[in-house]
Design a protein around this ligand. Sequence first.
Ligand SMILES: Nc1ncnc2c1ncn2[C@@H]1O[C@H](COP(=O)(O)OP(=O)(O)O)[C@@H](O)[C@H]1O
Ligand SMILES: N[C@@H](CCC(=O)OP(=O)(O)O)C(=O)O
Length: 374
Amino acid sequence: MNTRQKIGQSKRWVIKIGSALLTNDGRGLDKTAIKQWVAQMITLHQRGVEIILVSSGAVAEGMTRLKWTQRPTALYKLQAAAAVGQMGMVQTYESFFQHYAMHTAQILLTHDDLANRQRYLNARSTLRTLISLDVIPVINENDTVTTEEIRLGDNDTLAGLVANLIEAELLVILTDQQGLYERDPRLDPTAPLVKEGYAGDPQLEAMASGTGGKLGRGGMLTKLKAASRAARSGTTTWIASGRIPEVLLKIADGEEIGTVLLPVQAPLVARKRWLASHLKMRGHLYLDEGAVKVLRHSGKSLLAIGVTRAEGQFSRGDMVVCLSPTGEEIARGLINYNTEETHKILGRPSEKIEEILGYVDEPELIHRDNLILV
Ligand SMILES: Nc1ncnc2c1ncn2[C@@H]1O[C@H](COP(=O)(O)OP(=O)(O)O)[C@@H](O)[C@H]1O
Ligand SMILES: N[C@@H](CCC(=O)OP(=O)(O)O)C(=O)O
């Protein structure tokens, strides 16, 4: 059995379907195609595969329903379109799955739901429960309530994080191209297809352009970044064209289609994976050489004494980036003190915190359990 065939036998899949594909390039929901993907998912489910769907298309379908020809730039219009289009999308999935007596469940997530530990754990247990009930979760970003500040931005990222959340074995990204090409095929139609690579390989990321089509937001770069995120839970990513007949079954059979991106590092433990899923950084801490060494080699907490400078506006519990004296990123972590407090205690020993602030929240600036090395 070759690598692809082994991957095809994965038992927990996250399947992400992009806007361009789902709405047939903006001509409204492509119900014929959706019907076929649903039929394939049913076959996979009957073979014992657990499926979580991440579906884009709310904004694109909303635009069609509202008869808008141009994707609006104003957030409030995008949110209105998403609210209208999400209805059509979930109705379509539910009715096709109902045909096979299966239920779907709508899950709308925001960045905050994944950044807050309690909500992250709630989302995970809901998804696990739905899977155990043989229900197909249909996930999208909760576009109607997200602001520029807190949005994930594209569903490739969301799919990568969902793969981490439920420890999927395989993330399938269906799009309007055959996979990753060595150059953007819109610019160079002769570019060769990359068949296999490693998630997080910077050489592959250099091949992908960051702009999506007129409907999607991601482009190929976010798909590669999603593969890199997914790899943190040991998940393999398979990017393929959703227009290939029986595409999902071909993947399950390990056929030579699309681009396969293999995880290289050992999977991170659950809490570290959650930490790594934070996308919004609120500040930067510059460490001295001693602190860099301790973080890298001793797995210890970060103390205020090892920090020379702090930038940004953050509150207790926010994610900040730790940099070496030359500005190289070393780690990220949840800080125990806000900006003003940090400015007062940096460079000082932990036993002085009480004297300086009048209280001590924690002796560490960032506890090692809340720290992830980069
Ligand atoms: N190296 C590349 N290989 C393949 N596609 C690329 C590459 N660079 C950029 N792209 C573009 O990414 C697009 C897919 O992204 P996007 O429009 O966001 O799709 P989706 O809606 O499926 O997320 C393709 O149509 C393609 O033009
Ligand atoms: N949440 C948005 C997703 C937009 C988006 O990222 O689309 P895509 O790049 O096609 O995955 C929607 O449903 O329209």
